[in-house]
Design a protein around this ligand. Structure first.
Ligand code: GDP
Ligand code: PGA
Ligand code: MN
Ligand code: MN
Length: 613
């Protein structure tokens, strides 16, 4: 047995509640060694991982890691929210009773870290000194060294964050045990994996994965699921899977801030790191605050405010290139310390590659291995077209490396929010942008957000996989209560944000091409929204919001066919009528407040009226 007290004394970890928690889980997991880590240990831990072969070197002080081949994405089916109150059971949160969940996980974790080191990672999910600090501290225990290195990039990590807490017992207890990955029955009836947020005990217990989305507990489970729960329990804030960006008008000196909810793989990282299109000149500067999480509250000034609780970016590698996302490419250059997971790697030149980084894969196959670790040169005929990188391969890099990071990205006071946007992948029906000024209709719009069914998620053609506010995988309590909490928080703001729904993904019905060029050009739609909020443009009223007129949208330097432009600035009322029926079925699952139903009925009536005209 390790002498836990001795280790914690030497590390200077004085918080008695943290000490008790570490001792308890060291006993359960049976770890052979304990090590308290901080950001300053990064270099040493990287060297240890290189020596152990857990990481491979990438040129310029960067790193490559592979997760087990059946462990490459977040597992939504194996993820649960547990509490002692059955009323927390929602449609999407896989609610389970707290007692039995803790019991099951304690059993699975018993002795499961034998022979391993248990790393103690004290962290803070917030800028230092923020008004939400009481909800931001946590201590992750993990038996995986690469998880420590990724946490150091994604969160603020150090012992002072938990030694000096105002309430020393108020930290999230986040236990991660990797388990015996080749023997967990992933995807079978006997699947041993279980990822639980025991929200009313502020305890997270994740067993059976070392992939970042399941194992970086500060980010996913605390920053979103636990914070979603705490936000309502305290009545103080919203925690959402939202990007956060700034747009500065250098001519007028005005600054705007936008938060946006897009389901996973619908463009948050790309939009948040984007730059203003060259054709618009130097006037606008887009700045990065966050690409995946925003905590939102009403400040003492009555304004809606937000910050990104994270300290890094965990972005999809696929299709990231100089054209789609130049900011991301700069953030992972030599010297950035970036970690690449499940991309392709060259054992001789120590380079990395993924689909979409360049048009074609490297010509010389010598030295390249794919995301499973298999030599590309040894591929047999029917494997030749297989991707080199996993479609969910990722890069992990600190915000300090993002070239257009906002100078105030870690300001404890957050930034005032001017607009809340929602966007999914919708191949028809949804115009480029529609602004919504009524709060209940804005919240209603978020609740009916979705992305179209794809080959991966089966469903009916034209029926969305609904993803309320892009929070479907992270909702911690019942959806109706969630809607009420949203209405309460936004209702308390004196200066209401404008809402909008955006869609970069509308396609031509015949040849399938994207009607809108997307990426950097998306800034044009946001600029219209901000002008609309200031009253400089009026748009045209439609049954589902206000759509820009063609001359209001700044299209300088774009060469869009008129046909495509007409499509993205108009509604297909027949499809909208059909959609309203699907929405009704979707919303009926929840115990929604009357205001949301009223908003739904208003929109439905407006569509009917327009369709008859
Ligand atoms: P996130 O998971 O929400 O952060 O989404 P990402 O920003 O990583 O983007 C997911 C995928 O959508 C990537 O393959 C992007 O290249 C693609 N994507 C992002 N923005 C756009 C866009 O404006 N237009 C098109 N056509 N694709 C986009
Ligand atoms: P994503 O972030 O939204 O960029 O995919 C990570 C995740 O949600 O797992
Ligand atoms: Mn992302
Ligand atoms: Mn996400």
């Amino acid at each position: 047995m390790v002498d836990v007290d001795k280790v914690l004394d030497e590390a200077g970890l004085t918080n008695p509640h943290v000490r008790e928690y570490v001792s308890y889980w060291a006993g359960v997991t049976g770890a052979e060694r304990i090590e308290v880590v901080s950001a300053a240990d990064d270099e040493r831990l990287l060297q240890e991982s290189l020596e152990a072969g857990e990481l491979l070197p990438v040129t310029g002080g960067r790193y490559y890691s592979r997760s087990y081949s059946k462990d490459t994405a977040r597992s939504e089916e194996r993820t649960v929210v547990a509490t002692s109150n059955p009323e927390d059971k929602g449609v999407y949160n896989n609610w389970k009773p707290a007692d039995e969940t803790v019991k099951t996980l304690t059993e699975r974790m018993t002795g499961a870290s034998k022979g391993k080191t248990m790393y103690v990672i004290p962290y803070l999910m917030a800028p230092v000194g923020s008004p939400l600090e009481a909800y931001a501290a946590g201590v992750e225990l993990t038996d995986s060294r690469p998880v420590v290195q990724q946490m150091i990039r994604m969160a603020r990590v150090g012992i002072d964050y938990i030694n000096d807490l105002a309430d020393p017992s108020s930290f999230v207890r986040a236990v991660h045990v990797t388990g015996d990955l080749p023997n967990l029955g992933q995807g079978t009836d006997a699947d041993q994996r279980l990822f639980a947020t025991v929200a009313d005990r502020r305890t997270i217990l994740h067993y059976g994965s070392s992939y970042g989305g399941n194992a970086l507990l500060g980010k996913i489970a605390h920053g979103l699921r636990q914070a979603c729960y705490d936000g309502r329990a305290s009545g103080k804030f919203l925690a959402e899977q939202f990007l956060l960006l700034g747009i500065k008008d250098k001519e007028t000196g005005e600054e705007f801030h936008v938060v946006g909810g897009f389901p996973s793989a619908s463009g948050k990282t790309n939009l948040s790191m984007t730059l203003s299109p060259d054709a618009l000149g130097e006037r606008y500067e887009v700045t990065f605050y966050g690409d995946d999480i925003a905590w939102i509250w009403v400040g003492e000034d009555g304004k809606l405010r937000a910050f990104n609780p994270e300290n890094g970016v965990f972005g999809v590698a696929k299709d990231t290139n100089e054209k789609t996302n130049p900011g991301a490419i700069k953030a992972i250059l030599p010297g950035s310390g970036a970690i690449f997971t499940n991309v392709a790697y060259n054992e001789k030149t120590q380079e990395v590659w993924w689909e979409g980084l360049t048009k074609h894969h490297p010509d010389d196959l010598d030295g390249w291995i794919d995301w499973k670790g298999e030599r590309i040169a040894d591929r047999i005929d029917d494997e030749l077209g297989d991707p080199w990188a996993h479609p969910n391969s990722r890069f992990t890099t600190p915000i300090s490396q993002v070239p257009n990071a906002a100078p105030d990205f870690d300001d404890a006071a957050g930034v005032p929010i001017d607009a809340i946007i929602f966007g999914g992948r919708t191949r028809d029906r949804e115009p480029l942008i529609r602004a919504i000024t009524d709060v209940a209709e804005g919240v209603y719009d978020g609740l009916t957000l979705g992305a179209e069914a794809t080959a991966a998620a089966d469903g009916l053609e034209g029926v969305l996989r609904y993803d309320p506010m892009s929070m479907r995988p992270f909702l911690a309590y019942e959806e109706g209560d969630y809607a009420r909490h949203w209405l309460k928080i936004i209702g308390e703001a004196t200066d209401k944000p404008v809402f909008a729904h955006v869609n970069w993904f509308q396609r031509d019905a015949e040849d399938g091409h994207f009607l809108w060029p997307g990426y950097r050009e998306n800034v044009r739609a946001l600029l219209w929204l901000l002008q609309f909020k200031k009253g400089e443009v009026k748009g045209q009223q439609s049954p589902v919001g206000i759509i820009p007129t063609e001359d209001e949208l700044d299209l300088r330097g774009l060469d869009l066919p008129q046909r495509d432009l007409d499509r993205i600035l108009n509604l297909d009322l027949k499809r909208w009528k059909q959609e309203m029926g699907f929405r009704e079925q979707h919303l009926q699952q929840f115990k929604l407040p009357e205001e949301i139903w009223e908003a739904h009925k208003r929109v439905a009536a407006a569509i009917d009226e327009a369709a008859q005209a």
